[in-house]
Design a protein around this ligand. Sequence first.
Ligand SMILES: [Zn+2]
Ligand SMILES: [Zn+2]
Length: 292
Amino acid sequence: MTDRQARDLPLDAHLHTDLSPDSDVPIDDYAAAALERGIAELAITDHVDFEPGAPAFEYASFADRERVVREAAERWAPRGVTIRFGVELTYDRSWESDIRDHLARHAYDFTIGSVHDRVESVYHPSRVRGWVAGRSLAEIVEPAFTEVEAAARSGLFDALGHLDVVKRYLHPHVTTADLAGAPELYEPILRALVESGTALEINTSGLRHAVAETYPAAPIVARFHQLGGRAVTIGSDAHRRDHFGWALADGYDEAAAAGFEALSFRRGGGRVSVPMPVAIGPGPNGPDGHSL
Ligand SMILES: [Zn+2]
Ligand SMILES: [Zn+2]
């Protein structure tokens, strides 16, 4: 396997530890990997769900998550690794008020809002083939993209996570080429992000999935910039130690090629800017030669 774990990059803004139900990575493992690989800053973004029965519904308390991350941040700061206390909140319009209430009562450094596949979803592996049959592409993505657009428009989050992860569930019934041929389906979401000042996340986990492209793909990142989007983050969405920083350099390449001169996003109520690493130019190749 080619080593695609990043080196010498300023930030991985999406990571799951053993405080998420689908990860078993102790936070110190990521911090040690960051030190070894020259990743200066990490945002720990464990899952919080609001639907009773969902995996991360009351899985780890806010107090426990905050304590573990803040204590790790204190341990690792002297060694040059900055650790932020973030969260990935599962979004759905039906529990938007619960999210609003949660965020009003709990302070995070950084919040990601993401739409995830629910148990009864039309995209469930047992149903997706039947759902796709006879429907137009617009009809196929509508249940997912409606929620994603609402998340973008809500203004609740600092970043919108893995915008079109639905393509993972649709694969191979709907291909990345099908979606690339319908950029207009993405426009309302991108415009909602611009209007709400929410950052678009370039999520590189898709590069280790069968879809083999980021969530969302590079042309969508470029379109977001064209529309005036300036808030952008990049995350590997690792749930395992060996996925830490996975293909992160590709994400930086995409951002640079799209015209972003820095990562930019809200953090703790303010807006911060993280300059692109010098090795990442506005050309097609990043520091370790991954082409777009
Ligand atoms: Zn997610
Ligand atoms: Zn995640």
